[in-house]
Design a protein. Structure first.
Length: 295
């Protein structure tokens, strides 16, 4: 009895020391300024103090190559105004700890906590938590890429009409941003216009646009504009050819997805629908066999 009381006291003391240590670390962390950043999602906002503390600890120890790679990943997913590369590393650490603690909580509630289950929770929890931000960014990138491919022909039509009406390419892009649908493509064109207003050459602004988005259609569009500007070709003809090509690609992509639909439906049909049909048929066959005296 005394040993159990002593063990419980040690556990409580360790928990209190962890809480005090985390509180002291949070008090040392400088105030996070987010006036010029995107608002945080609700889930990320709840864990943001821990992310800030982890970033404060690990941020100065990160390599510049890792930060550059993380920055490119955030840019391609459109989240570079939400979190910084250093904060992404802090988010990975916090996610690893939270997933591991969740697994341990489940094991404790099932009353199966021992050294083996603890080791399994740590082995599986840490990698899953570390990889979760990458999965989240990958999903955001796919969604962003779909919207860009969908909206690009519309923006190209606006830009083409504006150029043929007598505007230069900068004014045409401004009109496309004003008249086109809101979304990631409109945001990226607005960033390109800000780069041009800051004095950046047009070719460099277009290259930065292609590097940020990392989408083949945008890279083709920017390369065509840069090449037409260098050789003095007609921007109207170049833009119209790009618009027709992007629209045809979008149609072919929709046709491909439509052809893939029956194949993707096979797995749910085989796993869920067909077994139910067989069960219903087997029930009536069983009743018929009972009536005939076979069973």
């Amino acid at each position: 009895m005394i040993q159990l009381a002593f063990l419980a006291l040690c556990v409580v003391a360790a928990f209190v020391m962890v809480i005090v240590g985390i509180r002291g670390l949070l008090n040392q962390v400088p105030q996070d300024e987010r006036d010029y950043q995107d608002p945080l999602p609700f889930t990320l906002k709840m864990m943001w103090p821990l992310v800030t503390a982890a970033t404060y600890v690990i941020g100065p120890r990160l390599k510049s190559s890792d930060l550059e790679k993380a920055h490119r990943t955030l840019q391609s997913a459109g989240q570079d105004y939400l979190i910084s590369p250093e904060q992404l590393a802090g988010l990975r650490i916090v996610a690893s700890g939270m997933v591991t603690m969740f697994f341990l909580l489940v094991v404790v509630l099932l009353k199966q906590l021992n050294f083996g289950t603890f080791f399994i929770c740590v082995v599986f929890g840490l990698p899953l938590g570390w990889l979760y931000p990458s999965l989240w960014l990958g999903e955001r990138r796919k969604t962003r890429q779909k919207r860009v491919i969908r909206d690009l022909p519309i923006f190209l039509d606006f830009i083409t009409m504006s150029v043929e009406a007598g505007l230069n390419i900068t004014g045409a892009i401004e009109q496309a941003v004003m008249k086109g649908p809101a979304g990631p493509l409109s945001q990226e064109f607005s960033r390109m216009l800000r780069d041009l207003s800051a004095g950046l050459p047009r070719s460099e602004a277009l290259k930065r646009l292609a590097d940020r988005m990392d989408i083949a259609q945008i890279s083709s569009f920017t390369s065509a504009l840069i090449q037409a500007d260098r050789v003095g070709a007609s921007l109207g003809d170049t833009l119209r050819a790009q618009s027709m090509q992007r629209r045809e690609e979008r149609f072919l992509r929709a046709e491909k997805l439509a052809l893939e639909a029956p194949v993707k439906m096979m797995a749910p049909l085989i796993m869920f629908f067909f077994p139910l049909i067989f069960i219903v048929l087997a029930y009536f066959i069983y009743l018929k066999m009972v009536e005939d005296g076979i069973l």
